[in-house]
Ligand binder design. Structure first.
Ligand code: GLA
Length: 407
């Protein structure tokens, strides 16, 4: 006898499973580890055009960035032209004469992905057309161009509710049918870590980064922040981050003018935070020091660890912080940060400083287990946790280690 599914089960599937599917608010699993790429804003601001994007895509490959894991080439503000009589957005015809589809084809042919930028309000932060009222149409346009990543900003949003506005764009992207990473950029104003997980893949936690290690720039109605200031703003947020939903402490300033020590510390700390690694420098013309920082695969592996646990400062001495980040296979990343301008010597007795993390439910007792110490910038093993660590750390620099349990 032919078996048929009970009617009740079919009804259940229609009533429960179908709405679940059509109600999907984001494409899952697009960012199981923090997204890696490049963005135009920090170095080029509004000065973007297709030639630059071609050259950046070329440099991603030739510099070794692609090989190190960077994949997104993201155009920030100012690519826009105008909307046509039917409301479709077009790129600026002088800056992008070949159009966005051709640009996406170029980037894809290199094995990379293309990102674009819009804004939930009437206008973007630089005064270009925003997506308000055009969300579904814009999402369809981006999908038809072959866009892979959308950074969605929050200027000129007056009476909008943040969660609702980002949800609308999230729905629009899903409806458009192309998997596009959604980067929520409302600067932490309405606590996106509390609602962003179901809508997007990453959310900015702060106002804009500024190219300095330790400073605040007051622009009157808003402020931009140095690396240390942004770092301090992440400390209470780590429980909200994980695979496919990341805290975003903003795009990097590595290679934009800080000292090599400061760039190294900035990069190391972003990796300890499991932050999206979006380079913000001119990667076509970077020097060896910058390239070596951005492409250090051992440090990147800390960021990209599959557990996706955001690190934390587990010991703080005066101007010296010891950060910890649990990794797979019982390993642990440790980063000593010297916030002072001058060098200082440290002596750190592992046995007196066990690591315990309530959030990831991990603990590391150096009295019970001995760990091999690997210095991730020197790229070599430098001892074990059996004896106290002695080191001199330059001003505004780090000592970044991976601890590997002895068998
Ligand atoms: C805001 C964002 C920046 C950048 C600019 C572009 O300030 O936070 O990251 O996208 O807008 O205008």
């Amino acid at each position: 006898m032919k078996k048929t599914l009970p009617k009740k089960l079919i009804l259940y599937a229609i009533l429960v499973l179908l709405p679940l599917q059509t109600d999907a608010q984001k494409f899952d699993s697009l960012a199981l580890t923090p997204p890696m790429g490049w963005n135009s804003w920090n170095h080029f601001a509004c000065d973007v055009n297709e030639e630059l994007i071609h050259e950046v895509a070329d440099a991603m490959v030739s510099s070794g960035m692609k090989d190190a894991g960077y994949v997104y080439v993201n155009i920030d503000d100012c690519w826009h032209g105008t909307r046509d009589s039917q409301g479709f957005i077009h790129p600026d015809p002088e800056r992008f004469p070949s159009g966005m589809k051709a640009l996406a084809d170029y980037v894809h042919a290199k094995g990379l992905k293309l990102g674009i930028y819009s804004d939930a309000g009437w206008k973007t932060c630089a005064g270009r057309p925003g997506s308000r009222g055009y969300e579904y149409q814009d999402a369809q346009t981006y999908a038809s161009w072959g866009i892979d990543y959308l950074k969605y900003d929050w200027c000129n949003t007056e009476a909008l509710n943040a969660e609702g506005a980002f949800l609308t764009m999230g729905h629009a992207l899903v409806a458009a049918g192309r998997p596009i990473v959604l980067s929520i950029c409302e600067w932490g104003t309405y606590k996106p870590w509390e609602w962003g997980k179901k809508i997007g893949h990453l959310w900015r936690t702060t106002g804009d980064i500024y190219n300095c290690f330790d400073c605040v720039i007051n622009h009157g109605t808003w402020k931009s922040w140095g690396v240390m200031q942004i770092l301090d703003m992440q400390k209470e947020l780590r429980m909200h981050a994980g695979p496919d939903h990341w805290n975003d402490p903003d795009m990097m300033e590595v290679g934009n003018g800080m000292s090599v020590s400061e760039d190294r510390a900035h990069f190391s700390l972003w990796c300890m935070l499991a932050a999206p690694l979006i380079a913000g420098n001119d990667i076509r013309n970077m020097n060896k020091e910058t390239r070596d920082i951005l492409t250090n695969k051992e440090v990147i592996a800390v960021d990209q660890d599959p557990l996706g646990i955001q690190g934390f400062a587990y010991r703080t001495y005066k101007d010296m912080e010891v950060w910890a980040k649990p990794l797979v296979n019982g390993q642990l990343a440790i980063c000593f940060l010297n916030r002072r301008e001058n060098a200082r010597e440290i002596i750190f007795n592992w046995q007196d400083n066990p690591v315990g993390d309530d959030i990831s439910k991990t603990s590391y007792d150096f009295g019970k287990t001995e760990y091999i110490i690997r210095d991730l910038w020197l790229k070599k093993e430098t001892g074990t946790t059996g004896t106290p660590l002695k080191a001199v750390i330059a001003g505004h620099d780090v000592l970044m280690l991976k601890l590997i349990p002895e068998k």
